[in-house]
Design a protein around this ligand. Structure first.
Ligand code: FES
Length: 170
């Protein structure tokens, strides 16, 4: 009789423990779901707020100074690598020529010994004035507009392409 009572007490204890475990399991699951839903809601909300801000790329200006005229030696080609442009000086005449090859867009370089622009990718070559004469390039290098700023610096505007013969005379 005493043994049976003890066994029943044990069963009750086990049952209550199991019930408490099940309850805590559901409590954890509920909180987990609640937190997950809250985080998802916040992520959605914050991604939505991005709608109110302009999606812009901050690029450097296409009009930029390259230096004073005196910075360029006569009859030279100066490479402004950061801006992908050459500044060619002949006496008082200046011109800005693009570094971008007209074939597939590689950067051409000035070869002093040969006096030509050469493209390392497929062998296009351009005369000093940017006119193509060898390789697959279909047309001359672009020439960009130049002007002198109020403080006397040479300015290049890569947003404006000009005729090959166009030079800035100072
Ligand atoms: S990209 Fe210059 S020759 Fe092909």
């Amino acid at each position: 009789m005493v043994v049976e009572e003890k066994e029943e007490e044990k069963k009750e204890e086990l049952g209550s423990t199991w019930t408490a475990g099940r309850r805590s399991f559901f409590a954890y699951a509920g909180w987990t779901l609640f937190l997950g839903a809250t985080l998802a809601f916040m992520a959605k909300t914050f991604s939505f707020t991005g709608f109110f801000f302009p999606k812009v790329l901050f690029e450097p200006s296409k009009k930029f100074p390259v230096g004073y005229p005196a910075d360029f030696q006569d009859h030279t080609v100066a490479t402004i690598k950061a801006r992908r442009v050459f500044v060619v000086r002949d006496g008082n005449n200046f011109s800005a020529i693009s570094m971008i090859c007209q074939h597939l867009g590689c950067a051409v370089h000035w070869t002093v010994e040969k006096g030509v622009f050469e493209c390392p990718c497929h062998g296009s070559k351009y005369y000093r004035d940017g006119v193509n004469f060898a390789g697959p390039a279909p047309r001359p290098l672009f020439h960009f507009e130049m002007h002198v700023s109020d403080d006397g610096k040479l300015m290049v505007d890569t947003s404006t392409i000009v005729e090959l013969e166009t030079v800035l005379t100072i």
